[in-house]
Design a protein around this ligand. Structure first.
Ligand code: SF4
Length: 315
């Protein structure tokens, strides 16, 4: 589906030494304009790699990243810069991405000024607007990042991203380092900004509980592959894939999960040497011979709901 203002990512990989390790392998991910897609999986499943490729920070070894019909991997010069600005990334640790020697006003104002997005003489008011939007008092703009709390620093990172007028935010574990009460505030801010600015989100998290109320659609990844994809309510009400059901069992306030699963057992294998067939088979309580030999295809199990598990063929 290339005809909407979204992105399509297909068979992306990253190079590690001489080998191409498909940290993201055979993934088709599309995000429609105005949609919030939650991308979920354990650390090491490839979701951050995918997010970086979508944001244009990391080039894929092969595959496409399509935005409004243009393949970003083929763009260069001013076109590439413009397209890149439209997607901004919000990271888990804002402190690491904020220059400690710059005041907040400089952090937020630097990029829009450089890219000519601010009218002459209007930088201060422009910065104030971004800070207000992100829920920060503009009178604090002469302070340095270390003078703020974790939640406030995340708001500075958000103000900086908004300052270049993006329409797509890739949030990579953006609330994972924050206290639960602050998490809720930042998630509410993301939703407010969605309404006010018509933003589109790819919301990456290891925690299904975090994406539950935020996402229109949820995509579950395991070892570089999408294993399940469905509208948010559908994933939580009728999870299909054994990995998704095991992840849900780890979210304490979401019942479910019928006590069949005690959460995901064991460690995620290395993407350098992934298991044969279904990558999840060494950890799956339902694995049978075919699982070890054959990769399950992502197939529709209900309208808008796809899952990659051989059990669906047996049903
Ligand atoms: Fe488990 Fe087999 Fe389904 Fe993979 S394909 S999730 S191993 S039952």
């Amino acid at each position: 589906p290339l005809d909407f203002a979204g992105r399509l990512v297909k068979r992306l990989g990253v190079k590690v030494r001489e080998d191409v390790v498909h940290a993201v392998d055979g993934v088709d991910l599309s995000v429609r304009k105005g949609e919030v897609v939650g991308l979920v999986g354990e650390s090491g499943c490839g979701k951050s790699t995918l997010g970086r490729m979508v944001a244009g920070i990391m080039p894929p070894s092969d595959g496409q990243v399509v935005w409004r019909g243009q393949d970003l991997t083929k763009l260069s010069g001013a076109d590439a810069k413009r397209a890149k600005l439209r997607t901004q990334m919000i990271f888990q640790d804002p402190y690491a991405s904020l220059n400690p020697r710059l005041k907040v006003a400089e952090i937020v104002g630097e990029a829009p000024q450089y890219h000519g997005l601010v009218p002459r003489g209007g930088l201060e008011a422009y910065v104030d607007d971004q800070l207000r939007r992100a829920g920060l008092d503009p009178s604090l703009k002469r302070r340095y990042p270390h003078q703020f709390s974790g939640g406030q620093r995340q708001r500075i990172g958000i103000a900086r991203a908004l300052a270049v007028q993006p329409d797509f935010l890739v949030c990579d574990e953006a609330v994972a380092a924050l206290d639960v009460s602050i998490q809720a505030q930042i998630l509410n801010l993301f939703m407010k900004l969605r309404r006010e600015l018509d933003l589109t989100y790819l919301f990456i998290s290891h925690d299904l509980g975090v994406v539950e109320h935020l996402s229109d659609r949820v995509v579950i990844m395991y070892l570089g592959r999408v294993v399940e994809e469905a509208p948010s309510e559908e994933v939580f009400a009728r999870p299909n894939h054994p990995y998704t059901r095991a992840l849900l069992a780890e979210v304490p306030r979401i019942e479910a999960r019928k006590r069949v699963f005690a959460g995901v057992q064991g460690e995620i294998p290395s993407p350098l040497n992934p298991p044969s067939g279904c990558h999840f088979h060494p950890r799956c309580p339902f694995a049978f011979d075919r699982c070890r030999a054959e990769r399950p295809a992502l197939k529709q199990v209900a309208p808008g709901h796809r899952s990659a598990c051989h059990l669906n063929d047996a049903a």
